[in-house]
Ligand binder design. Structure first.
Ligand code: G6P
Ligand code: MG
Length: 215
């Protein structure tokens, strides 16, 4: 089937915000009295803010009331925003912009499919919102990845079927979401982690529009 649309996850695919999420969660862990490692952070990739907090609390062996959880997640997000406000367009991952440009030239539509409620802010900070024909983010979905809702909404808003779209993802839950939605998926990262993807590459310097056409 001809590819007419590409749907991109944001964190870890377009920009490496995972390191800022990590720093903010680590700070929250410290405040709550436990350490949170980079390895633990892998479990939070692609996972919504509140679910991430639950995982963090499980790692720390703590339980909080609903009210305390909302306060903790708000605090984490404020720290995270401090980091991302200082991001520069140079932090866009290598090869991403050239890939976007070649998609535009080929008439292939571009959508964002992210669990983040900060997605539009990040696109504006990086000055790349204009590349996206459609944006689906954490404010418009009710079911988290691996549920395919975010990508199915993206395809629908592009006016395309799932079979006409390819998803780009760095998280295991995200790859599963794409496959659950009946879409082809390019994994960005480790083949061992993203084994359910149709192909796994370590970044857009290793993936061109020619590779896309061969999927
Ligand atoms: C992405 C990231 C997750 C993050 C989630 C929610 O999926 O990979 O690490 O927790 O978005 O982000 P937000 O900006 O809404 O807290
Ligand atoms: Mg991601």
């Amino acid at each position: 089937m001809n590819i007419k649309g590409c749907i991109f996850d944001l964190d870890g695919v377009v920009v490496d915000t995972a390191k800022y999420h990590f720093l903010a969660w680590k700070k929250l862990g410290q405040e709550l009295g436990f350490d949170f490692t980079e390895q633990d952070n892998e479990r939070l990739k692609g996972v919504s803010r509140m679910r991430s907090l639950d995982i963090l609390l499980e790692i720390g062996g703590l339980s909080l009331t609903e009210e305390e959880k909302v306060a903790a997640a708000t605090k984490k997000n404020e720290w995270y925003l401090e980091y991302i406000k200082q991001m520069k367009p140079e932090e866009i991952l290598p090869g991403v912009l050239d890939f976007f440009k070649s998609l535009k030239e080929a008439g292939i539509k571009i959508a964002l499919g992210s669990a983040s409620k900060n997605a539009v802010l990040i696109l504006n900070i990086l000055d790349i919102k204009g590349y996206f024909d459609v944006i689906v983010d954490g404010n418009s979905v009710s079911k988290a990845k691996p549920d395919p809702e975010v990508f199915l909404q993206g395809a629908e808003k592009l006016g395309l079927t799932a079979e006409e779209c390819v998803v780009f993802e760095d998280a295991e839950a995200g790859v599963e979401a794409a496959k659950n939605g009946g879409m082809r998926c390019v994994g960005i990262g480790e083949p061992a982690v993203l084994s359910k993807a149709d192909v796994v590459v370590d970044g857009f310097n290793a993936f061109t529009i020619e590779n896309l056409k061969q999927l």
